[in-house]
Design a protein around this ligand. Structure first.
Ligand code: ZN
Length: 502
């Protein structure tokens, strides 16, 4: 083995021990840690994270990475090549950022988070405005510093931020994709709203117990072939997935006594994230590779949640499970009514509670605003008004305060560039869904008693190489085509034209 790589691997083993400990503590914090215990645990998390961080910032280590990058050739295996390439790119990105700047940036985001929490509570954007301006300043500074490095050169400041979440993605790509979405989704939404189709949704809020929902959640996970010997589930306020270790991937959900579908689809969504991790090659762990992008990850979770989970075949399967675990919910309800209720389109204010159809608008709105801040110097004081204007324009709804408006998400306390990946996930999965349809009888697979056949196809085509390829290489290899919104828009149009008899 290359001597530099050998030295790097040794450090990485230690890095991973610290990181594993941090992940366990973080999972604990968000699930079961009592309020009074959080402060001490928070300090330990900060300590161990910093120990891990120092290992990668060590000058000898960084020199080893650079040397390995320069010596790397085709005789290296793909895993090592992908790992070193990403380590080197990461180093390059932060090469102009001094430790003082780094500290200042961390303070900015920490203060932004605290201000945002208070501002949201009080529904008052004014309390967050100054912090948001500082966050914008930070991102613009990072973009300017990276633009001095020829290998990282991008066309616009915002492109540098996008690159952190979805390598190679640009504002020009997104303008095109979201432009196409608006062109087709705006008139389609008008037709849906004008349709006289009535969908009954009354039974979605029928009372259920936590025990009933838990029983349903495990039934669904088993049906998804989620290996509970290598995975676990508990509850948290916001559902999430944690890749703890090679044989340990944990998800969370939440239980509301008047919204069983909320937990059900959280389980399917997080279960999708979990399946992706559990079925990635074991070699990824041996080679310290964990490079799935947000877009790749969301493509998989939303594939399970929407394309599979909200399909008629899946709704039929779940209907039977619901009838077993919580019979009162589907009493007097037909399978058709169940499917339609799960897919009802209702323009609303809150992104995380929106339906499959209107979700894209929530993302487009955030994208247009953050791009305007970074590329055209929009004064952040204008954000609440612009937010309202765009919600009226695209969805016909108006937030009457900032809590249900521009303060609803925490993402901007960290910076810009994250939101578009959610929508990109929908574009990717619609593209590979079209290939899957040609090779797998999807409805038959869904009705076969488990998702084993679907998972096997995903494993072979979608999961195997995700950590070793850029998103561009990945989607092109799976589908033979470059990123397009066409498949997603065709899928949406076909599905909702049918449901609403358009
Ligand atoms: Zn997700």
């Amino acid at each position: 083995m290359n001597q530099h790589l050998e030295a790097i691997n040794k450090t990485m083993e230690l890095f991973e021990r610290y990181s594993h400990a941090v992940r366990i503590m973080q999972y604990d914090m968000e699930t079961i840690c009592p309020k009074e215990g959080m402060e001490a645990q928070g300090e330990d998390i900060a300590f161990f994270s910093n120990e891990a961080f120092k290992l990668l910032k060590d000058e000898t280590f960084m020199a080893e990475v650079e040397a390995a990058y320069k010596e790397m050739d085709d005789s290296w295996n793909e895993f090592d090549r992908a790992f070193i390439r990403d380590m080197y790119r990461g180093q390059l990105k932060s090469s102009k950022i001094t430790p003082e700047m780094n500290l200042e940036f961390a303070r900015t985001t920490q203060k932004a988070f605290a201000d945002w929490s208070r501002a949201k509570e009080a529904a008052d954007f004014g309390m967050f405005q100054e912090s948001l301006a500082k966050v914008a300043e930070k991102d613009c500074k990072v973009a300017a510093l990276r633009s001095e490095i020829p290998e990282l050169k991008r066309d616009t400041p915002y492109d540098y931020m996008l690159d952190d979440y979805e390598e190679g993605m640009t504002a020009a790509d997104l303008d095109r994709i979201f432009g196409e979405c608006k062109e087709r989704l705006v008139p389609l939404l008008q037709r849906i709203q004008a349709s006289d189709k009535k969908i009954r949704t009354d039974f979605l809020s029928r009372k259920v117990t936590e025990a009933q929902q838990k029983e349903l959640a495990y039934k669904v996970l088993n049906y998804m072939n989620y290996d509970l010997n290598r995975g676990a589930m508990t509850t948290s306020e916001h559902p999430f997935t944690s890749e703890m270790a090679v044989d340990d991937v944990r998800i969370t959900t939440h239980y509301y006594d008047d919204a069983f579908a909320s937990s059900l689809y959280s389980v399917v969504h997080e279960g999708g994230h979990g399946l992706f991790e559990l079925n990635a090659p074991r070699e990824n762990w041996e080679h310290h590779l964990a490079n799935k992008t947000m877009g790749q990850h969301e493509s998989v979770s939303r594939f399970y949640e929407n394309m599979i989970g909200r399909s008629e075949a899946f709704c039929d399967v779940v209907y039977d499970m619901v009838a077993e675990c919580m019979p009162q919910v589907v009493e007097g309800v037909s399978k058709k009514e169940f499917y339609e209720a799960i897919n009802t389109v209702t323009p609303s204010l809150i992104r995380t509670e929106s339906d499959e159809f209107t979700y894209t608008f929530h993302i487009i709105i955030r994208y247009e605003i953050e791009k305007e801040i970074m590329n055209n110097g929009l004064d952040v004081a204008e954000v609440p008004a612009l937010w309202k204007k765009k919600y009226e324009e695209y969805l016909g709804v108006t937030p009457d305060n900032d809590k249900v408006g521009c303060l609803q998400d925490m993402h901007w306390t960290e910076g810009f560039g994250y939101f578009p990946t959610y929508a990109l996930g929908n574009m990717y999965n619609a593209m590979y869904y079209n290939r899957m349809k040609k090779e797998v009888d999807i409805d038959a697979a869904i009705k076969s008693g488990s998702l084993a056949d679907i998972n096997a196809w995903m494993c072979e085509h979608v999961w195997k190489k995700a950590d070793r390829q850029t998103p561009k290489e990945w989607i092109t290899e799976i589908t033979g085509r470059e990123l397009t919104s066409k498949d997603f828009l065709d899928y949406i149009e076909e599905k909702y034209t049918k449901i609403y008899n358009l």
